[in-house]
Write a new protein. Sequence first.
Length: 109
Amino acid sequence: MIDIQFNMFCMSILYGAGMGISYDVIRIFRRIVKTNGFFVGLEDLLFWIVWAFVTIDGIHIYNSGELRIYVFLGILIGFLIYRYTIGWVARKIMHYILCARKKHPQKDK
């Protein structure tokens, strides 16, 4: 029983990190392609719908569909670990690349 709960906790940490990664991808997309408020809201809605299904499916597979507080804590911990470690570095790198791209746009041949 403890092994199953520990595995689900570890998977929920990965889900939280995955949420952070995928949201950063959306943020990068928004910097490249300017969209209005309607599409920003639509992107956010789709993000949460997709991750709700992924999370529910993971809970069903790894925890027999039982909702436990440690699952949600694991998601939060995974997101925060990503956000303040790798995510911080990834955002800085993407910001640098995007700024360099704006300063030196590629010419069509």
